[in-house]
Design a binder for this molecule. Structure first.
Ligand code: APR
Ligand code: PHB
Length: 389
């Protein structure tokens, strides 16, 4: 088989790139090692920057997002038993949209089916080859038969445990990493959210986050120990702990109910440089991971796709290699700013087990500064709604 671009990974990065390419007449094939239902069963992020919304519109999948997504013009920081609103729209003129990644993935998969573009699920042993030449190809096994797809470019959209980053000579890639000494325990429940906006809480017992997927579905998180196990956390214990970490007015707004999803995730920052190796580009989680505190994971995947799509469009439609040659530099410049912001939000909002009295006072001063200085609040807001592409 031959195509123009082979995309490894059918998460939001791969699907969005495939759709943008497809609607510009650039043929592509997506390969994923798991099936569609498995991908749609994953519970992930939910806050979209305007740039991400614009890209989904450009890909022609904005209809349900606009109908069901919730525009949010602010967030609250909670500490000292009080809520402090950050007026995102007042400070930046922009807002964010709350709409689940699972829904986006669904919309993109449906659109891909409609467009007649090829996706091969449950492809085993996917392997990129010869991407340092002008004739790269990808091999994979399906139902016990080996296949080969020749192409012009390979997009590694295969997440943090994918094959693409592993396939490059390891002495050509540099990685940067930070692990945080705690995790997030998250639950989803069919109950109305505590507040109409998100609440990020710093509390002596640890961080808590009140988020949502809709007016009837809530997503909550509490900072937990990396040693905690899901079995240790009954719904009852979770609701008790969440309410203890919120100011009284917010705790009273929490409606409890049975959870239908519960998981623990570690927090880490990770960047691989460069993001391009000849004709293989890394996109999204394949190149970088951010802790979820800044709500940037999915949004960074979208900005990577933007830069790569522009480069590929330039190559095919304008016969220019300038965009594709600049992909890594352009993407990384935005990636690092989001990595910084996510690290900073994590640092300001969590309780670190080894923080001494001095460190604690500095954190309190920083929070106080944030909610009393327009400049400090504007900096948070500008990053939260998303830096320009
Ligand atoms: N071969 C083929 N496909 C693979 C392989 C492989 N060896 N390894 C992983 N994949 C597939 C996974 O099954 C998955 O469907 O690649 C896809 C990667 O998707 P994501 O992990 O969702 O990564 P990405 O598309 O970059 O999405 C960005 O933003 O909100 C954050 O982390 C969150 O998933 C989110 C990310
Ligand atoms: C979520 O709703 O899952 C969510 C929202 C905001 C974050 C992280 C996760 O910062």
């Amino acid at each position: 088989m031959r195509t123009q671009v082979v995309i490894i990974g059918s998460g939001p990065s791969g699907l969005l790139l495939g759709q943008l390419l497809g609607s510009n007449g650039i043929d592509n094939v997506i390969l994923d090692r798991v099936g569609r239902d498995y991908i749609l069963g994953r519970v992930r992020a939910g806050v979209l920057e305007q740039g991400t919304v614009d890209m989904l519109d450009e890909a022609g999948v904005g209809r349900r997002m606009h109908a069901e997504g919730l525009p949010h013009e602010g967030i609250s920081l909670a500490f000292d038993n009080r809520l402090h609103r950050i007026d995102l729209t007042g400070l930046t003129g922009k807002h964010v949209t709350v709409y689940g990644q699972t829904e986006i993935t669904h919309d993109l998969m449906d659109k891909r089916d409609e467009s007649g573009l090829t996706t091969i699920y449950k492809a085993a042993n996917v392997q990129p080859h010869d991407f340092d030449t002008d004739a790269p190809y990808v091999t994979y096994d399906k139902d016990g038969i080996s296949h080969r797809i020749d192409c012009d470019f390979i997009a590694g959209c295969d997440g943090s445990h994918g094959v693409s980053r592993q396939a490059v000579p390891q002495d050509t890639v540099r990685t940067y990493e930070r692990s945080y000494p705690f995790g997030w325990l998250g639950i989803m429940a069919e109950v109305p959210p505590a507040d109409h906006e998100l609440i990020y809480a710093n509390h002596p017992r640890g961080f808590a986050l009140c988020s949502m997927r809709s007016e009837h579905r809530s997503r909550y998180y509490v900072q937990c120990s990396l040693d905690d196990r899901i079995e240790d956390w009954s719904d009852e214990r979770f609701w008790d702990e969440l309410r203890r970490r919120l100011p009284k007015e917010a705790a009273e707004g929490v409606t409890t109910g049975p959870s239908f999803e519960k998981s623990i995730a570690p927090l880490r920052s990770f960047v691989a440089e460069p993001m391009q190796f000849g004709r293989l580009s890394l996109v999204g989680d394949a190149a970088h991971i951010v802790p979820p505190t800044g709500a940037k994971g999915l949004n960074l995947a979208a900005s990577d796709v933007h830069y790569l799509f522009e480069g590929l469009r330039g190559h095919y439609l304008e016969k220019s290699s300038a965009g594709i040659d600049a992909y890594s530099l352009k993407a990384l410049s935005r990636v690092w700013k989001a990595v910084r912001f996510s690290w900073w939000m994590t640092t300001v909002l969590h309780r670190f087990p080894d923080t001494d009295a001095f460190g604690q006072r500095i954190q309190e001063a920083e929070l106080d500064y944030l909610v009393h200085s327009q400049a400090a609040a504007a900096s948070l807001a500008e990053n939260y709604v998303g830096l320009p592409y």
